[in-house]
Design a protein around this ligand. Structure first.
Ligand code: ATP
Length: 305
């Protein structure tokens, strides 16, 4: 079977992390400790996770004309991602996140979205030819909502299947949901979209039903260490999380979505794909970092075949 390339469209950031004994007070300067620069952004994290799972991925994003952008593009290429549609913004800087982590492992984060916030529908119209019938398009919400809406409509008009990971949580107009192949909120996002306070399986089911009625074909509510709930409008299937010792849950959702789209693109059923994603993200939480924690296909192969 010839499979379409998976199209991931979203953000690329560089996370700049400094460790500090304590957070500075207003006006205070603190001499911090170790500095790390890590690739991030939900779009990039999901593209990398999908590539490591064996997917043929095209990543569409906007970077600035600076060292952060060019380093990110180099990394995508090293991961085997098609970078033909990594667009360069002449006016805005690449997305960066300034993160401080104190002695208690608490953090503060300031994101400067830069070029990510300037990925507009007009940019996408030049890459629309990559949407194919039955092809999967994976989106998140770190680019403008108007662009997300435009992509969803354009991909759908070509018969494509759009998966929206509605993260980070934000208010969305109802038109965004109509015609989506799948929505993959975590508990917080599902609560915000449905108005139901999602805390357990019963409330997740209620939320999934409300979200389904907004015009989404399939809903998967990811529920952290509990697992994930799949709803297709007819039945609910709960997939229990793998029992692992979690050391860092950063990007668990990104790895889940990246693995999910690869399995769906291979023709696996939605339940099989969610089980595969559940296994991939369980490995990710046993490791430190965002993109760095994404496993490779071979690491879960024997568990799924
Ligand atoms: P993040 O924002 O940290 O990227 P998220 O909030 O979007 O994550 P979660 O619902 O926390 O997403 O996690 C996604 C999936 O990862 C879960 O559905 C589950 O399959 C897996 N997972 C998360 N935490 C754990 C854990 N502690 N043990 C095993 N699996 C986990």
């Amino acid at each position: 079977m010839s499979r379409s390339k998976i199209v991931v469209i979203g953000s690329s950031n560089t996370d700049m992390v400094v460790r500090t004994s304590h957070f500075p007070e207003k006006g205070e300067t603190v001499l911090g400790g170790e500095f790390m620069m890590n690739p991030g952004g939900k779009g990039a994290n999901q593209a990398v996770a999908a590539a490591r799972m064996g997917g043929e991925v095209v990543f569409v994003c906007k970077i600035g004309k600076d060292v952060f952008g060019s380093q990110s593009a180099e990394l995508f290429e090293k991961e085997g991602i098609d970078v033909s549609y990594v667009l360069v913004d002449e006016e805005n800087h690449s997305g960066v996140a300034l993160i401080t982590v104190d002695a208690n492992a608490e953090n503060t984060i300031v994101v400067a979205s830069g070029a990510n916030a300037h990925l507009f529908p007009k940019d996408i119209s030049s890459v629309e030819s990559i949407f194919s019938p039955e092809g999967f398009v994976l989106l998140q919400l770190e680019i403008p909502v108007e662009t997300v809406r435009y992509i969803a409509a354009a991909a759908k008009s070509k018969g494509g299947k759009v998966i929206l990971n509605p993260a980070p949580a934000c208010e969305l107009p109802d038109e965004v949901f109509s015609g989506l192949y799948m929505l993959t909120p975590n508990e917080k996002e599902a609560s915000m979209i449905s108005g139901v306070n999602v805390q357990d399986l019963d409330s997740a089911k209620k939320a999934a039903e409300i979200i389904y009625k907004k015009g989404v074909e399939h809903v998967i509510v990811t529920m952290g260490a509990k697992g994930a709930l799949v709803f297709d409008g007819l039945e609910y299937v709960f997939i229990e999380a793998q029992k692992v010792v979690a050391v860092d849950t950063t990007a668990a959702g990104d790895v889940f979505n990246g693995a999910l789209v690869v399995a769906l693109n291979e023709g696996k059923s939605i339940i099989e794909a969610a089980e595969f994603a559940n296994k991939a993200s369980a490995i990710a939480v046993t490791r430190l970092g965002a993109q760095a924690s994404a496993p490779y296909r071979g690491e879960i192969m024997e568990e799924v075949s």
